[in-house]
Ligand binder design. Structure first.
Ligand SMILES: *Cc1c(COP(=O)(O)O)cnc(C)c1O
Length: 385
């Protein structure tokens, strides 16, 4: 089975990890700060806080922005559950803003209508989490305009979008947001095994996220509330977690980050081949606006339901049977049984429902060979027509 996604690891990645394993520090050494600097360099943000998962990064980002009970976070229904769970960890409520069927990202038109209504009802969200689905950037300029008009914060969920650009600005530079979050799970653009990072240009937000990452503990003498008791002294000043990334993971991250441009270039090349080969097949292909460079974490096609034989599910199963490891990203989050138990009345998302009946992620990863890609294309042409 050709998988839908897969990590690319080199001998230098393996060597980088081995070097840490033979060193004195497996964690809290110098690799994590080095990885953080390299991330800042790559995407053009001032601060990076590396953590043990993208989910942890979303959690500390929400906490740093002060999200708590009585607040609401809005995100896209077409995302991994982590984009919504972060609100629930903070005791806040979550609701969903429907997608734009052209981009499969959060719809700016729907967002604006919802904000107008929420303002009247005095129920504006505190935080919006736009998700750059498949690596394609959301319409960030319009979203930032609405954030300023209606007074909410923005956390970009860029788990799919390391290496992407929006209007010449790398995703992660936080030009249009307060915080940007990346995931380094093996299916993502680069991997640390498990891992994530939160980037920001705000020194205050960075400090808060650093504290939440490690129990709310500080060793910074300047920040202490009383004189030091001695060289061993540290203070816990708030309630944080152990979300630290180890040096083993960070070393892999540093090594992988050196390849991010090449990885994303290769993904775009694969996308171009799919785009040419699948013209005329009854599929809606990704349409990347001219002001965006997609990281192509995923290649999502949508069935044009009127012009085909067989249901979405039958086509999906036929592709799996043909050895093509297709997947579906994602089930609308509010459909999950847990979200149904929350007692919330979620806003209707008809575009997300339609998407769920049509979307299929086909194999997309840098190491996909030309022959493998050809067999995916042949299978699609056979099964979809
Ligand atoms: C992978 C992913 C996450 C969570 O990242 P982890 O590192 O697995 O915790 C969050 N949001 C989206 C959209 C993702 O794809």
């Amino acid at each position: 089975m050709i998988p839908y996604g897969k990590q690319s690891l080199s001998q230098s990645d393996i060597d980088a990890v081995e070097t840490v394993l033979r060193s004195d520090f497996l964690t809290q050494g110098e690799c994590v700060p080095r990885f953080e600097s390299a991330l800042c360099q790559t995407v053009g943000a001032a601060h990076a806080v590396a953590v043990n998962s993208g989910t942890s990064a979303l959690h500390i980002a929400c906490l740093a922005l002060g999200l708590g009970p009585g607040d609401t976070l809005w995100t896209s229904p077409i995302s991994f559950v982590a984009s919504a769970n972060c609100a629930l960890y903070c005791g806040a409520q979550v609701d969903f803003v429907d997608i734009d069927p052209r981009t499969n990202n959060i719809s700016v038109e729907v967002l604006e209508q919802r904000l107008i209504a929420a303002k009247k009802a005095n129920r504006l969200p505190k935080v919006l989490v736009p998700v750059h689905l498949a690596g394609q950037p959301c319409e960030m300029a319009a979203i930032k305009f609405l954030a300023q008009k209606y007074g909410f914060s923005i956390i970009e969920d860029a788990s799919h979008a390391l290496g992407a650009r929006y209007a010449e600005s790398p995703i992660g530079a936080c030009k249009y947001s307060d915080i940007t979050v990346f995931s380094f799970h093996p299916v993502k653009i680069i991997t640390t095994g498990e891992g994530g990072a939160a980037l920001t240009n705000s020194p205050e937000l960075a400090k808060k996220m650093q504290a939440f990452r490690s129990h709310g503990i500080t060793r910074d003498v300047e920040a202490m509330t009383e004189p030091s008791h001695g060289p061993w002294y540290y203070q816990q000043q708030s309630l944080g977690f152990n979300y630290r990334m180890s040096d083993i993971h960070a070393a892999l991250g540093i090594s992988q980050l050196a390849c991010v441009e090449a990885f994303v270039l290769r993904r775009n090349e694969i996308a171009r081949v799919y785009g040419d080969a699948l013209e005329g097949v009854s599929l809606t292909l990704p349409d990347v606006p001219s002001d965006c460079y997609s990281a192509f974490h995923l290649y999502i096609v949508r069935l044009q339901r009127d012009s085909l034989q067989g249901t979405h599910r039958a086509i999906f199963e036929a592709l799996r049977a043909a050895g093509v490891g297709v997947n579906l990203h994602y089930i609308p989050i509010y459909k999950q049984p847990y979200f149904q138990t929350l007692g919330s009345v979620f806003s209707p998302c008809p575009n997300a429902e339609a998407y769920y009946n049509e979307a299929i992620s086909i194999p997309m990863f840098p190491a996909l060979t030309d022959e493998e890609q050809k067999s995916v294309i042949d299978a699609l042409k056979r099964v979809v027509l």
